[in-house]
Design a binder for this molecule. Structure first.
Ligand SMILES: [Zn+2]
Length: 223
């Protein structure tokens, strides 16, 4: 038996062993070993997430351009920890987990997926835009095309420390869309929705370029 064949047999045996003795995967929250059909988060931990059952109501200080805003979970407990790990602790891979959960639970329908652009300062500090990351994974799971459509035309403060009305003034007409979107149904992706002001001005910019429906999908709702 030639050496080449022997190496091929060893390689095949190794593949077979890998299939038989698969590496276990663990829940990213409680650390428990995942069952065969569980992905990233065990069913027990997912049951602890509180689902948002209604469409998120956007109470504006201005006209409302966003048609519908859906959020998957309430922003509390483990859901808040996941978002904080993604945004402030560099765990960029959680964007994949978030997109997986959104796609598993919500039926999305759009011609194009896009994301809320970050301020240049935040992007420099964080190194990535978590909404863009979620949007790209969501595109992978849904097969809906993902495109960068929005730019920030006004540098804004972080919304985190601002109250309701100031959040609206902070992002008032802060966005612009890049290309003709005539007749298209666009879905904006964001990690957390609070007042909806940012999403509303993103929707306004997209509609100014002809988008006929603009919806938003967010991982969590904080109010
Ligand atoms: Zn768990």
């Amino acid at each position: 038996m030639g050496k080449g064949i022997f190496e091929k047999i060893v390689f095949l045996l190794n593949c077979l062993l890998e299939v038989i003795f698969q590496q276990p995967y663990f829940c990213i929250i409680c650390g428990r070993e995942l069952a065969y059909e569980e992905v990233y988060i065990c069913d027990g931990c997912q049951d602890s997430f509180e689902r948002v059952t209604d469409i998120v109501k956007i109470d504006g200080q201005d006209d409302i351009f966003l048609d519908e805003c859906i959020a998957l979970y309430e922003f509390k407990g483990n859901v808040r920890d996941i978002v904080h790990d993604l945004k402030y602790r560099g765990k960029k891979d959680l964007s994949n987990v978030i997109a997986y959960l959104i796609n598993k639970n919500i039926n999305l329908d759009a011609d194009l997926i896009t994301w809320v652009p970050q301020s240049k300062r935040t992007y420099r500090n964080r190194g990535y835009n978590q909404s863009e990351e979620i949007a790209k994974y969501l595109s992978y799971y849904t097969n809906i095309k993902c495109e960068e459509l929005l730019i920030r035309v006004k540098e804004t403060q972080s919304q985190v420390l601002l109250n309701g009305i100031d959040r609206w003034y902070n992002v008032w007409d802060a966005f612009s869309a890049e290309r003709n979107l005539k007749g298209l149904k666009v879905l904006i992706v964001d990690d957390v929705v609070t007042t909806g002001a940012t999403l509303n001005y993103c929707a306004k910019a997209l509609k100014q370029k002809g988008a006929y429906v603009v919806n938003a999908i967010c991982f969590a709702k904080s109010c």
